[in-house]
Design a protein around this ligand. Structure first.
Ligand SMILES: [Fe+2]
Ligand SMILES: [Fe+2]
Length: 553
């Protein structure tokens, strides 16, 4: 028989607001605590599922069916209650996690010793159990007073509430810790990226660094960057696909994704987890989770940064998306800067070529002089073991060393025969004129010493400042040998170019007087190559002019 006695509230669960169902304690975890506190192994019911989730050992062998509704009410009210209150026997129900919890612990308690006759018969009848079973059960119980039980239940509820609050706080702490870790990783990633932002680093280089670092902080099987110039190719055939970690998808598969997800129209990060990726099933079955963030600089789209498949089988969320967004912002700006730099470098290269053509056009007999001087100077610099930057500077300086001849009159420049002292003074002005032409172009600042001092002599007899020895900039000393060599080997209107033997004799004789002896020595070490430069049709330049402007190396 189901108990008919109205239940009465014992104690409110005490303090704070009840936790959400997500923080429910596991029945098997809380059962041992209840047994310790109350001395009885209570059964635990899930009143939502109408299921006994923990069968208390040695519990009153009653039929539980009639108790569900009462237990559900206890769960709703979030208070411990006696759901049966009979003479000698109480049935206590304790909600395990405040309001809305589906878990309720239920247990029977004797309040006094039950005699094996009348009491046992009455209780057996009331609780619908066999009299003998009830008698055996009662024999094993230790009676506890009702008011003691009330106090104990109150303490249990308080304890559960505190434990639950601690769980909730622990959960908050873990969440905060995860957020802080995410923020730290984001800041650390930005720090590392910005410290590697030099215009000399290509977009691909920075993308590779970024991917390696991202793989350390984003739980993804693979990460990738698609570097794309939409104006160069709409179909991605010229796009670069750089990956780190597992190569979950190929560039062509990413192209499919772009179409399917309409990524080109999207300027915001896309986070796709299962079952969202299910729409892609059949197309790319290996793809389970995805973050795709556009690489933007203003409205210019340079590609995408993507994370592929969660490493632990979980889902990508805002922390991962934020990390990729920060990295993509820096990559996008870098790509924009490189594009701007390349545009400037193209314009400067065109300027230098135009100036070189203009110089050569002044005197048909010296055509190709600037290019040859540049190439001989490069070969000398290589022979002298100069670093790449210096080699590039010498190439650019060689092209521009005589730029000041633009300001020298054609009659004097092309005059056959010996120049008068006055004419020679006029020609000597080309070093200063050249300097003045270039001095305001900051990307050409490195070549100014070459333009100004390529006619200085080791013994101090040169011009314009009569510098001597190591006071002459090293690049100018190298260019001086290359310049003199080409001038002597070229035909002039008034004379044929010198023979190799004549030329070698003059240069050897000028070591330590006209020219730096170590440069002259390098000249003879590289003599065959230099002869080839002087005599052959000039092919491809030895260095890319765009790399000579002092920023991208
Ligand atoms: Fe010159
Ligand atoms: Fe020259």
């Amino acid at each position: 028989m189901a108990p008919t006695t109205p239940s009465r509230a014992l104690l409110e669960a005490g303090a704070p607001a009840p936790p959400a169902r997500s923080s429910l304690p596991a029945a098997e975890e809380v059962a041992p605590s209840l047994r310790k506190w109350l001395g009885v192994d209570m059964s635990i019911l899930d009143v939502d599922a109408c299921q006994v989730v923990h069968e208390g050992a040695d519990q009153l062998p009653w039929r539980i069916g009639g108790q569900w509704e009462l237990c559900r009410q206890v769960a709703d009210r979030g208070r411990a209650e006696f759901i049966a209150d009979e003479d000698a026997l109480l049935v206590l129900a304790i909600p395990l996690a405040g309001h809305d919890s589906p878990l309720v612990a239920v247990g029977g308690f004797l309040t006094r010793v039950v005699d094996g006759g009348q009491d046992a018969a009455r209780l057996a009848r009331q609780f619908g159990v066999e009299e003998e079973a009830l008698r055996r059960w009662a024999h094993r119980q230790t009676p506890v007073r009702g008011d003691t039980l009330e106090r104990l239940a109150g303490l249990v509820l308080d304890h559960l509430s505190v434990a639950d609050r601690a769980d909730s706080l622990q959960h908050d702490v873990e969440k905060l810790t995860a957020q802080l870790c995410g923020m730290y990783e984001e800041v650390s990633l930005i720090y590392r990226l910005t410290h590697n932002l030099t215009i000399s680093r290509s977009g691909s280089d920075l993308a590779r660094l970024t991917l390696d670092w991202l793989l350390e902080v984003v739980p993804a099987r693979g990460v990738a960057v698609l570097l794309w110039r939409p104006e160069a190719s709409r179909d991605l055939s010229g796009a670069e696909w750089i990956t780190a970690g597992e190569g979950v998808i190929s560039r062509d598969e990413f192209a499919l994704l772009m179409r399917q997800l309409q990524l080109v129209e999207r300027v915001r990060p896309l986070v796709l987890n299962r079952p969202g990726t299910a729409q892609l099933d059949g197309m790319i079955p290996r793809l389970k989770e995805l973050i795709a963030v556009p690489l933007l600089e203003g409205e210019r789209l340079f590609g995408w940064l993507v994370a592929l498949n969660h490493a632990e089988g979980g889902e990508f969320g805002t922390i991962e998306a934020d990390l990729l967004t920060s990295a993509s912002a820096i990559l996008g700006i870098h790509c924009g800067n490189i594009e701007l730099y390349d545009t400037q470098a193209d314009a400067l290269a065109s300027f230098v070529r135009a100036m070189t053509s203009a110089i050569d056009a002044k005197d048909a007999y010296t055509r190709g002089h600037s290019e040859r001087v540049a190439r001989v100077a490069v070969r000398l610099a290589q022979e002298l073991g100069c670093p790449r930057q210096l080699v590039e500077r010498l190439y650019l300086g060689g092209l521009l060393h005589d730029v000041g001849k633009i300001g020298i009159s054609d009659e004097v420049l092309s005059k056959p025969g010996k120049l008068t002292a006055e004419e020679f003074e006029h020609i000597k002005q080309h070093t200063r004129i050249g300097y003045n032409i270039l001095v305001d172009i900051k990307q050409l600042a490195d070549v100014l010493p070459i333009v100004l001092y390529h006619h200085e002599a080791w013994d101090g007899s040169g011009y314009p400042d009569k510098l001597a020895g190591e006071n002459i900039p090293f690049v100018a000393r190298i260019t001086a040998v290359a310049d003199a060599f080409d001038a002597m080997q070229s035909d002039r209107i008034y004379r044929r170019g010198l023979t190799d033997e004549q030329l070698d004799t003059i240069i050897r004789g000028g070591a330590g007087k006209q020219w730096d002896a170590q440069v002259v020595s390098a000249f003879f070490s590289a003599r065959e190559d230099i002869r080839h430069i002087a005599k052959s049709e000039l092919g491809e330049p030895p260095v890319d002019l765009k790399h000579c402007f002092g920023m991208r190396k």
